[in-house]
Design a protein. Sequence first.
Length: 443
Amino acid sequence: MKKFRALFVLISLITLLAACSGETSNETSNDSGKIELTFWHSMGGNGGEGVEELVKRFNEQSDTVHVTAEYQGSYDDTLTKLRNATNGSNVGADVVQVFEVGARNMIDSGLIVPVQEYIDKTGYDINQIEPNLAAYYTIDGKLNSMPFNSSTPLLYYNKDMFEKAGIEEAPSSLEELKEIAPKLMGDGGANMAISMSIYGWWFDQWMSKQEMDMFNNGNGRESTPTKVIFDENKGIQNALVAWKELFDAGYAPNVGRKGGQPEFVSGESAMTFASTASLRNILDEVGDKFEVGTAYFPGINEEDAGGVSIGGASLYMIDSGDEAKKDATWEFIEFMISPESQAYWNAKTGYFPITIAAHDQQEFKENLEKYPQFQTAIDQLHDSNAEAQGGLSTVYQEIRQIEEAELENMLNGSTTPEQAAQNIANQANTAIENYNRVNNVGN
């Protein structure tokens, strides 16, 4: 009996040790021996389906790595979680998708491994990436994250209404839009010339179109900005004045934060602004009701010669301190930006293929043939200059919200464009000062 008990205790001890050993190894690898990675993303709908499919394809072809995709909610939700993390090892993810306004936060966070390290380490040819997409995430010649789902805004217009109104081309400025609006609302049959959602991203574009900076310190690219300068260069005020003129004339009613596209696809408005990633949804919703045209995002005045800055998001490598995981993360990122993956991603979602060679993929060619309007987005991206990269700030999230609230106040008659612009600047500077003081940056 004593021998039996001793044997039982020995077996139990071995089992317990094996279990403990297994728990420890699972932090890096799973039961199959593969390195286990967690990928945080913010894609729903077609984008979510596309992410799941790409992750599935990666897992099927990799003998050494397994990725689990975890939806984190909105872009804002993801960035908020990351801003609360103290170091890379407690993030809970190995690769994260963060929208463009979070770039300065991620660069300053100390949480990431710049992808430039792996580009240099592996000899990856950065020339494979669309230059204007890589430029946004490049600081001091170093690419910090890998573009993944990049987009720019387009002007969408109802070709049938334009034809009825005798207008041959879409406007290239808000000034020109104001001139053709009476025809569109007359012979064109539109209830409104344009439906513009209340969205801070439009102001980024008009700053780029005017070739003006949002922030000091090289638009936040030389170092963390300490103040905004759009109150000095009048860039946002110019946009607000033009918007208010369209609103007062009855050409651009207030459609709120969730409006814009609904009024356009229903045939109420002749034009709207929307992301390139919205192209498929807009075409599907319109169906055969009318022909949809696409044009470059308009400037404020005809002399505005700048390009557009990108939206969307990129992939950041989290510095977990585990070299095997970091190597595996780079392997996953390379797969996600491969020509085959990007051709699929473009066809599924409408986002730009960030890898130039994706244009040679049959899937991309077929999608472009099906949706020729997407060529406008490609041309606009290539025609935008380097100065249109856009600004970087640690409080861009807050600034977008401030812009939208003050735009609403202006349209509601509470403020003038000049007052709204100054209010945005004052609140933005307060947010910048508070963040820099608490985080001891920007000094």
